[in-house]
Each structure stands twice: as C-alpha cells, then as structure tokens.
Design a binder for this molecule. Structure first.
Ligand SMILES: C[S@@+](CC[C@H](N)C(=O)[O-])C[C@H]1O[C@@H](n2cnc3c(N)ncnc32)[C@H](O)[C@@H]1O
Length: 291
C-alpha cells in the first residue's frame, strides 16, 4: 500500500504538498504539514513509517529554516525520539543533528555538480561549510590539495570534524570555526583556486571576502543567492545584474560561466547559483569597499 492509499487523502493538492515538503535524511523523515490537515499529523507520521520501513523517526518542521545558523524548528511526531542520524550521499557518509546543524539532502545534485569541476591539487575555501557535505564530497570525488572549511556554528564544526574522520579525508579537509570574514582576513588571503559560498542570505555581503581569499591571478567562485523575480524576468539574469554591480565596483574582471535555478523557494522566489570566473585581482581596488 502506498502513502496516499494509507492516508486516504482525497485532495490531490494537499497530498502533493506533503510529498513536496518531505525530506528523508538517514533514517529520519522531516515533514511539513499543511495547516488544513495538521490534526492528521500523528496519522501521517505513522503512515510514513509503515510505508518506509527504514524510517525510524518522523519529525515535523515548524516554520522555515531560520537564523544565522540556518536551523529548523522540529517537533517529534513518531518513532525513536532523536534528531541525530547518519546520511549516505554519493559514496560519503554524513553524521548530523538536524536540530543543531543545517542539512539538506536536496542539494546533492549541486554538490556533485561542483565536485566534478574540481581539478587535481586545487586549494578550495568553503566559506559556509556546515557539517561538510560539499567539502567532503569534493575531497572524496576529486583530488584537491586542501579544502578549508569554515563555519560559525560550533555544533556544525563538531559534526564536520567527525565526518572528516568517518570519510577518511583528514589530510585534505580542514575545519575552521569562526566567521568567514574574520577567518579569511586573518589567515586565508590570496590562496584559493576556488571558493564556495553556500549561504544565499549572506552571499552578496560576503562576496568581497571571496575575492580576498582567491589567488592574485584569480579563480572560480560558486555563488548562491536568493532572488524574487517579477513575472517575465529571468531570476538568473537578475542575480547576474546584482553581482556584476558589486564586481565592477571591486574593479575585478570576471565572466559568468554558468547559472541555474537550484530550487524554487516560494512564489516567484528562487535560489540561484552562478559559477563566476574571476581574472587577475587587484587587492587595492576592493579592500576599502563597504558592504
Ligand atoms: C545553508 S548552510 C550550508 C551548509 C553546507 N554547505 C551544506 O550544504 O550542507 C550555511 C552554513 O553557514 C554557516 N554560517 C552562517 N553565517 C556564517 C558566517 N558568518 N561565517 C561562517 N559560517 C557561517 C551556518 O552555521 C550554516 O552551517
């Protein structure tokens, strides 16, 4: 019996809303329940566990991912009372506490897309590393020399360090606790071939610091942003416009090599990634820029 038959939900739109907003991370399912059927939440949770035998816990996400640490507010619904799990993705294993750290299985395609571009011996700075999904996948899949992995959340750093050991990438991935701005300015200037910026809320504000960490002869930035695009406007072009202004102010030469909508976040609201090639930098040009 499938989930829909089990739940006897007749409304197709409500059922598809549950399915769209339902993540499986390791043996934990995280669901968002539409207001209209909140009274059925226990029943939905039990049905999910019956239909998917490997799921041991069902948690309800209350509200959006929020705050500087990008955390979810979770309520236990069924199964074992836990928020920690082990998640397998692309030959890697990630331990994560879903209440204390950010984690999204929906970025797996994006993580592999970036990993496939990495050339041997690259030095990479991941400015917002979380529990290490991008960094560890890159270390396992490609042959970088170093992946400096920064996060401001001490819990994310604790799991990142455990994941580095679990995946045996100790000599390649280095965890650094702190604010990406401060870490870059104090110890990671002019050394990276590639910079990852997987925190859309702060991408534009931190773009100058991505420039600071790139080598003087330039490199590549993977830039993630959120954008609201009016009807008829292309979200990718809108982000390109915003980023171009900032890079022109910084007087660096650059080229957008790729752009795509990673996911739709809400009505006319999108997460977009741009791959940007930065050519020769002149540190004097942007070091006095204000955000
Ligand atoms: C959206 S999560 C991305 C995590 C990870 N890259 C992934 O894909 O799973 C953003 C991460 O940035 C961290 N963060 C927020 N502000 C930061 C800052 N100023 N410096 C460094 N990390 C920060 C958060 O703690 C969070 O783990």
């Amino acid at each position: 019996m499938n989930l829909r038959e089990k739940l006897e939900i007749s409304s197709h739109s409500i059922f598809s809303q549950i399915i769209r907003s339902y993540d499986v991370i390791g043996d934990i399912a995280v669901i968002k329940i539409p207001k209209k059927i909140e009274h059925k939440s226990d029943e939905i949770a039990r049905a999910i566990m019956q239909v998917n035998q490997h799921i041991k816990t069902v948690l309800q996400q209350i509200g959006p991912v929020k705050g500087e640490l990008r955390l979810r507010n979770l309520k236990w619904l069924a199964g074992e009372k836990k928020t920690e799990t082990l998640h397998k993705e692309s030959g890697c294993i990630f331990k994560v506490d879903l209440e204390k750290c950010y984690f999204s299985p929906r970025l797996s395609f994006e993580r592999m897309r970036v990993a496939k571009q990495v050339m041997p011996n690259e030095i990479i700075v991941n400015m917002f590393a979380g529990v290490g999904c991008f960094s560890i996948l890159i270390a396992k899949y490609a042959k970088p020399r170093k992946v400096y992995s920064i996060d401001i959340n001490p819990e994310a750093i604790r799991y990142l360090e455990e994941n580095i050991t679990l995946n045996k990438v100790n000599y390649v991935v280095e965890s650094i606790k702190g604010d990406a701005k401060e870490v870059i300015m104090s110890r990671l200037q002019n050394l990276a071939d590639r910079v990852l910026m997987p925190l859309p809320e702060k991408a534009l504000e931190y773009l100058n610091y991505a420039l600071f960490t790139l080598k003087t002869n330039g490199g590549k930035i993977h830039y993630y942003d959120f954008i609201r695009a009016e009807k008829g406007k292309d979200p990718i072009e809108e982000v390109q416009r915003r980023v171009s202004e900032r890079l022109q102010d910084a007087k660096v030469s650059f080229r957008f090599t790729f752009g795509r909508i990673v996911r739709t976040v809400g009505p006319r609201w999108y997460q977009v990634v741009l791959d940007i090639d930065i050519y020769k930098k002149d540190n004097r040009a942007y070091q006095y820029l204000n955000n």
